[in-house]
Write a protein that binds this ligand. Structure first.
Ligand code: ZN
Length: 257
């Protein structure tokens, strides 16, 4: 009543007292255009009294949000019930129209520092050693995995080379800062950069899993090849990415043409 549930206000007993079934509709307590709640308990008499000023409309039921002129949508409902967090500077790297969900979920975990790297597992007592799973002899931390480790470093170097970039690899969050500033907008180049980063993070995490559970991992060039295929496939499947002759070299590197 006025936004409150009869069940929440009065409990299950009123439904029982009214002789209504569990799937009863509102129309069952309306008769000849008037509210007609059974009057066989004090709660039902009170309900009948409280609903008198609720106008009964002859029009069909509809679902709305906030007021009858506002069409309901899950988008409005979600924004109505959630507490928004502050915006993170890297959101555009993860949430964009060409994202590959499994890649971006993995990237999101990495940006949140949420991957269970071996240093964390050791701290929780799950492992005795945090030695890098790619056998470099160093400790596996998030920074090491992305991309200080010689194995992951060479994969990311090769991916940067496919973007025609040759430079030393920076620490993880510095790489991300750089990506944020160089991946703005919805241009072809920005999409390639974002897809390449997410694909690399995902495929390296898969290799660390493979190494953990199967004691083997793919050679660097095979990982780069997988990245290339996945990025090319995503770009080619989109009708919204425009590329031109000036991107010829980049398209060739990534197998997009
Ligand atoms: Zn390593």
């Amino acid at each position: 009543m006025h936004g409150e549930s009869v069940h929440i206000l009065y409990g299950h007993i009123v439904i029982y007292d009214a002789g209504l079934g569990s799937s009863a509709h509102v129309k069952e307590v309306i008769s000849e255009g008037r509210w007609n709640w059974p009057q066989n308990s004090s709660e039902l008499i009170e309900i009948q009294h409280r609903v008198q000023d609720i106008r009964i409309s002859p029009s069909s039921d509809c679902i709305f949000w906030d007021s009858s002129s506002q069409v309901f949508s899950t988008h409005k409902a979600w924004n109505g019930i959630r507490l928004p967090s502050s915006e993170v500077p890297w959101y555009n790297l993860v949430w964009h129209s060409l994202r590959i969900p499994k890649h971006d979920f993995c990237l999101w975990l990495a940006l949140r520092g949420a991957h269970k790297t071996r240093d964390k597992l050791r701290a929780h007592g799950v492992l005795h050693s945090a030695a890098c799973i790619f056998n470099c002899g160093e400790e596996e931390t998030l920074d090491h995995l992305f991309f200080r480790c010689p194995y992951t470093n060479s994969v990311w170097m090769a991916v940067l080379a496919m973007r025609n970039i040759a430079r030393p690899i920076l620490p993880w969050m510095d790489e991300i800062d750089r990506m944020i500033h160089h991946s703005l907008g919805r241009k072809f180049l920005a999409f390639v950069r974002k897809l390449a980063l997410a694909s690399t993070v995902y495929n390296l995490w898969i290799e660390s899993d493979r190494s953990c559970f199967q004691n083997l991992f793919l050679p660097e060039l095979e990982v780069v090849k997988k990245n290339r295929q996945e990025v090319a496939c995503r770009i080619l499947s989109s009708h919204n990415v425009q590329y031109s002759e000036r991107h010829h070299n980049l398209c060739t590197n990534w197998g997009v043409s």
